[in-house]
Design a protein around this ligand. Sequence first.
Ligand code: ZN
Length: 468
Amino acid sequence: MRNRLVVLLTLIAMVTSTSSKVLAQNRGERVDLLVLGGTIVTMDSTRRVIDDGGIAVRNGRIVAIGSRAEIERVYTSRKRVVATGKLITPGLINGHTHIPMVLFRGLADDLDLQEWLTKYIFPAEAKNVTEDFVRVGARLGLAEMIRGGTTTYCDMYYFEDAIAEETEKAGVRGVLGETLIDFPVADNKTNAEGMAYVEKFVARWKGNDLIVAAIAPHAPYTVSEAHLKAVRAFSDRTGVPIVTHISETKRELDDSVKDKGASPVAYLDRIGFLNERVIAAHMVWPQGSDIDILKQRHVGIVHNPQSNMKLASGVAPIPKMLAAGVMIGLGTDGAASNNDLNMWEEMDTVAKLHKVFSGDPKVISAQEAFELATIRGAEALHLEKEIGSLEPGKRADLLIIERDSLNQIPLYNLYSDLVYATKASDVESVIINGRVVMQNRRLLTLNEVSIKREARVYRERIIKSLEK
Ligand SMILES: [Zn+2]
């Protein structure tokens, strides 16, 4: 009797398992998320655009991309985002920020870099920057970036470990550099303290899905040669990126030539600082063979057109650097010199600035501007194998963009619509690493009400601190 029962149970088990296998095949391969419908702007190597497309996502990565029918035939998921009638694009990459500086937005405008930095920004930072300040500012900046469709940003500031925590909580991807500078700052009083901080910071975030910890010497004019060499040695040992500012103003160039007998780029190359892990913001004033050096050393450059315009730093020779094959991305810089973290404005500006500066309307097309904020931006951060386009194997960082706003009607050309007409407010949903962080304009990882309240408290404190 007992044996019969065992046989019977075994038979039932066999039948159930066979039928569940058949069922599984019928239902298709299970994934974590399906994005269905809508026009996909992939930014892959052929710049493929797929109408009525579909994307299957598992473990934070894209497993398949194709027509909606193809994707639905093979994959199934409990979670589906329907994007019919909308655009699906890679998430935007803001290649250069100082995120907590949103709290200094509009504090001091209409000045050149030296006066702005030394009379306003450095004193305001000395009196106000604490770990709490950095967290409040980071949350405000992260909310602004998600709303505007930025899924990855490259930052350099103080207490970067706290910024990394806030960034991970918000579900945003970041290359985050702890700033080193040769004078005492809020979180580190000496070079040795700074290096010890970076050592711990980098070890803590190693292997994280969202956070790439980095080391960020401020600039060649604020960090000594010995210290820059120590930074490079640290990066060689740990493999982390080096985030910095290079050749931002004419004055920086002139001082470098006078003091070091070379342009900032030539000087940094002479001391063995430049390599394929360096991410350099600005590069407004490359001289002589500087562009060749940047190309040969595989340095990633981040162009910040609005910040450069606002501080009257000059116009970086972006068309020339692109033609030379230098890796170039786009950034906003800190909000104190921009005054927002809006990559749609930056794309629009980069195309128009270089047209008016060169007198050639064919320079920096709309498509190139969109590339600078996506796939080329990924190259500049040395992350092109992970992000920047929608392709199988890459991280699922993507935007769903409304196509029904007044400013988007009618629509003839996708790239010109994206660059010249789309606004940050047209971003409807944002997915980062396969996780929906904004759905139908509702932030899912951040509390907008408390973020605004906390930031306004800092406004009063900052004003008081500068009166003393
Ligand atoms: Zn900067």
